[in-house]
Design a protein around this ligand. Structure first.
Ligand code: DLL
Length: 434
């Protein structure tokens, strides 16, 4: 099944024409309404109105997460707030977060693109979809929700957490499709096992998983343990949220919604295109966004293009599952975490040193982070009670900043190894085998 056959299966020639027209209108939009782009274009003496080929894209400036932070909260919006009907935001509190907006039309487009992805993954109007992504500023819950409703499916907006209840609902409501992070799907399988529940007695058929990296091995495990067909779907809030790309039931890479997103795969340092099929950084230009269009957004996600066509009939290019990042962002239980966020909190707490390590582990399919913090001698050798107060304080502050709880361990001054690389004060020890 294809949700929008005409668009998803159009010839590459027609697609490129649509892309070019939409690129021109997006450039017009940002060149007129977003001072950040207007100034950049005029500094570069860019005559975007004369663009007549998609290759001209290469002349355009990049947009980075830093640009978004510098224009926090609404500086990059291309419409007045009165035309914005929804606001989402990703990782970090004030000043660190990126804020994205949607017009009524953007929400329509978003729902449609998510409906495409759900359809490609085997789900239809007769399905009962349990959405176990967080509903809130994170785009996962609401993004998938609107797409699933658009499809006409029965949506269970259960949100994340409370695994036993998730399983109970799954049994009672006869859920046929599960939507969450891949690690949470495995956690559900663990809890089912603990409770003596055999997944083959459930009605579950499909699983759509995304928002964090996973592997082919994990897919196999999920398929085997839950008795479903699991597909991968990708997106990011800066560009829209879920709905950017997703796998069909061939499970051979993620179809990009190319009539809405123009993608480039670039060498992360030279920022020149890699050879077709080589791994590089995914760079995305939105083609239809109204409130928050972005030009050449550097996702920092690494992937490559699959050159061959897909037997499903969709003509869009497919990307390989995300294989890594070019920065130090970690995804913990689906939440994006930057080590610098941890650092800025530690700086504010008297007695801690700006040296810390992050140890990330996956225990029973759940991410666990331990922040090892060096503390001054007087605290390290202080009585246990004072140490405990310190640990609690750091934990509380970090949980509030990061939106996910972490363990904290105090260590003696100068006991952590020093590094001289770029992130010279922090070392991330990621023991998860993703
Ligand atoms: O994670 C949007 C989303 C929600 C996608 C639900 C799919 C399903 P952010 O919180 O802004 O948005 O995080 C975006 O998460 O740059 C990737 O590094 C990572 N990511 C998202 N999907 C995948 C995936 C949502 N399928 C960041 N595989 C992105 C690997 C993923 N990494």
């Amino acid at each position: 099944m294809v949700w929008e056959k005409e668009q998803e299966c159009m010839s590459r020639v027609d697609l490129e024409q649509v892309q070019l027209e939409r690129l021109q209108s997006t450039l017009n939009r940002v060149g007129t309404h977003v001072p950040f782009y207007r100034n950049k274009f005029s500094e570069m003496k860019l005559d975007y109105e004369s663009f007549n080929s998609l290759d001209d894209l290469r002349q355009l400036p990049f947009t980075t997460k830093q640009d978004m932070r510098e224009n926090y909260p609404y500086g990059l919006f291309a419409v007045p707030l009165r035309d914005v009907v929804r606001i989402h935001s990703s990782s970090g509190t004030t000043g660190m977060a990126t804020v994205v907006g949607y017009t009524r039309n953007d929400i329509k487009t978003w729902s449609n693109l998510v409906a495409r992805i759900l359809t490609a993954a085997g789900v239809g109007a007769d399905d009962v979809i349990q959405i176990a992504f967080g509903y809130g500023l994170f785009t996962g819950g609401f993004g998938l929700h609107y797409g699933a409703e658009k499809l006409g499916a029965s949506v269970i907006p259960i949100s994340a957490g409370n695994t036993r209840r998730q399983i109970q609902i799954m049994q009672d409501f006869k859920t046929t499709a599960l939507v969450c992070t891949p690690s949470y799907a495995l956690k559900m399988a663990d809890v089912m096992m603990d409770q003596g529940i055999n997944p083959s007695g459930l009605s579950l058929k499909y699983g759509l998983f995304g928002a964090e990296p996973w592997s082919e091995g994990m897919r196999q495990e999920i398929n085997d343990r839950l008795g479903i067909t699991a597909t991968d779907n990708y997106g990011l809030s800066e560009v829209m949220g879920p709905g950017v790309a997703g796998e069909c039931l061939e499970c051979n890479g993620l179809h990009v919604n190319e009539d809405h997103f123009l993608i480039e795969i670039l060498h992360p340092e030279s920022l020149e295109p890699v050879e077709p099929g080589e791994i590089g950084e995914l760079v995305i230009t939105t083609l239809t966004k109204e409130a928050f269009p972005v030009i050449r957004y550097r996702t920092r996600d690494l992937t490559r293009l699959f050159p061959d066509s897909c037997p499903c009939g969709r003509t869009s290019h497919r990307i390989e599952r995300i294989t890594g990042r070019t920065d130090d962002m970690l995804i913990i239980k689906g939440v994006n975490v930057f080590p610098t966020q941890i650092e800025s909190i530690l700086f504010e707490i008297k007695g801690t040193q700006p040296h810390y390590n992050l140890v990330v582990e996956r225990e029973r399919n759940e991410d666990q982070v331990t922040v090892m913090v060096e503390v001054v001698e007087s605290i390290f050798f202080d009585e246990m009670k004072k140490q405990r107060t310190m640990v609690d304080l750091i934990k509380k502050r970090l949980a509030a900043e990061l939106g996910v709880s972490v363990a904290v361990k105090l260590v003696e001054e100068r006991s952590l190894e020093r590094f001289n690389g770029k992130g010279n004060r922090v070392r991330v020890i990621d023991k998860r085998e993703l």
